[in-house]
Design a protein. Structure first.
Lengths: 73, 278
C-alpha cells in the first residue's frame, strides 16, 4: 500500500474542514454584538469594568513613565 | 491476552487516556477565543494598519515595517501592502476590498464593518477568558501530569529527525504520548506564543505602562510590542492551519474523540497498560 498519497476520502474531509473554516470566518453573523440593544453588550462591558478595577489595583499610585526628549521626534 | 479486533477485522491498538479533562476544556475555550480574538484583533488593527519597530513615536521619519495602504489611481482605488520596503498590489484582499478602503476585508473582522470600540470590547472580553483559562489550565496541569506529557525528553530529541521525516511522508504514529514534533508544536504555543501575546498585549495599555514599566523595556517600546503582538498572531494562525491539516490527515475521528472524551486509539504496536480500554 502506498502511504504517501492522499486518499480521496482524506482529501474530501480536508476540503470539508477548509470550507467550514471559511464559512466561520466569512460571514457577518456576529455583527449583532455591535447593536446597542444586543443582550451580549452588558456581558462584554462587564469585562471592561473588570479591566478597570484590576488595573486600579495593579497601578496603585504609579505614574505614567516619562520619556526623554531623544525618544520623541 | 485478548486481541482487539475491529469490525473490519484489523488488529487495533489499545484505547489510551491521553487528554486530561482540564486540557480538553481549555482546548475548546481557546479554540473559541482564537477565532474571536483574531477577528476582533484585525478590526483593531484596521484602525491604524501599520506596524513599527522602535521605541520612538512621531512623524520625522518612517520606521514602519508593514503598512496596508490604499492608492487613488486612474483605474480606481488600489490596495497595496508595503512590507520591508517592498510594495505588493493586494486589491480585493488587503487595502481595498468590496470597493471600500479597508486594510483587512470585511469577512476577516469583527464586526464586519469598521467599529473600533466594539472590536476592543470583544477583544478584551475574550482576552480575559483566554488568560483566566490559561492560568486555570496551568494550575491543573501541575497536578494532573499534563506538563510531563508536554515536556520533551532526551529520547524525543533523538527521535525528532525521524519524526519529521515521518510527518513529511504523511506517516503518522499514534503513540501513548505525543510525538516529538507534537510536543514541540504544543509547547511553542502554550509556553512561548501565549505568554508573548498576552504580555505584548498588556504593553500596549497605558495603565499597564505605569504599573509595570519593565514591560515597555522588555519589548523595546510600545510600537515594537504591537508588532510582536501581530507576529505572534501570525504564528498562531500558521499553527492553526497546520494543526487542522495534521488532525485530518492523522485520522479526524480518533483525534477529535481524544480531545472530546480524552480516549485515543493507539497503534497496534503500542503495548497495552493498566488503565487502557480495549
Amino acid at each position: 500500500m502506498n502511504r504517501l498519497v492522499l486518499s480521496r476520502r482524506r482529501l474530501l474531509s480536508l476540503g470539508g474542514v477548509a470550507a467550514s473554516a471559511h464559512m466561520l470566518a466569512g460571514c457577518d453573523q456576529l455583527d449583532f454584538i455591535g447593536r446597542d440593544d444586543s443582550r451580549l453588550r452588558p456581558v462584554f462591558s462587564a469585562a471592561s469594568s473588570l479591566t478597570y478595577r484590576v488595573q486600579r489595583v495593579i497601578v496603585g499610585d504609579a505614574l505614567a513613565p516619562e520619556f526623554a526628549e531623544s525618544e520623541i521626534r | 491476552m485478548a486481541k482487539n479486533i475491529s469490525t473490519s477485522g484489523r488488529i487495533r491498538g489499545p484505547l489510551v487516556y491521553q487528554q486530561r479533562a482540564a486540557t480538553r476544556v481549555a482546548h475548546w475555550v481557546w479554540a473559541a477565543c482564537f477565532f474571536l480574538l483574531l477577528l476582533s484583533g484585525l478590526q483593531i488593527f484596521n484602525a491604524h494598519p501599520a506596524l513599527y519597530v522602535g521605541s520612538e513615536s512621531g512623524w520625522e521619519y518612517d520606521n514602519a515595517i508593514l503598512a496596508i495602504l490604499a492608492d487613488e489611481t486612474d483605474g480606481g482605488l488600489r490596495g497595496r501592502v508595503r512590507v520591508f520596503g517592498m510594495s505588493l498590489d493586494t486589491t480585493g484582499l488587503l487595502g481595498v476590498s468590496g470597493d471600500e478602503q479597508r486594510a483587512f476585508p470585511a469577512w476577516a473582522t469583527l464586526p464586519s464593518y469598521q467599529d473600533l470600540s466594539i472590536g476592543r470590547l470583544v477583544h478584551f472580553f475574550f482576552a480575559w477568558v483566554l488568560v483566566v483559562t490559561l492560568i486555570a489550565w496551568a494550575v491543573a496541569s501541575l497536578f494532573n501530569g499534563h506538563f510531563r506529557q508536554l515536556a520533551p525528553t532526551v529520547s524525543d530529541l533523538r527521535n525528532l529527525p525521524g519524526d519529521m521525516a515521518d510527518h513529511a511522508r504523511g506517516r503518522f504514529r499514534h503513540g501513548r504520548n505525543y510525538s516529538p514534533l507534537q510536543k514541540l508544536a504544543y509547547a511553542s504555543v502554550l509556553f512561548v506564543l501565549f505568554p508573548l501575546i498576552v504580555l505584548s498585549g498588556l504593553t500596549m495599555s497605558p495603565a499597564m505602562n505605569a504599573a509595570w514599566p519593565w514591560l515597555v523595556d522588555l519589548f523595546g517600546g510600545r510600537q515594537t510590542a504591537r508588532t510582536v503582538h501581530f507576529l505572534a498572531m501570525a504564528f498562531l494562525v500558521a499553527f492553526f492551519i497546520i494543526h487542522i491539516a495534521m488532525m485530518v490527515l492523522a485520522g479526524p475521528f480518533n483525534e477529535l474523540r481524544s480531545i472530546v472524551t480524552g480516549w485515543y486509539r493507539a497503534d497496534k504496536d503500542v503495548a497495552p497498560s493498566t488503565g487502557d480500554r480495549a
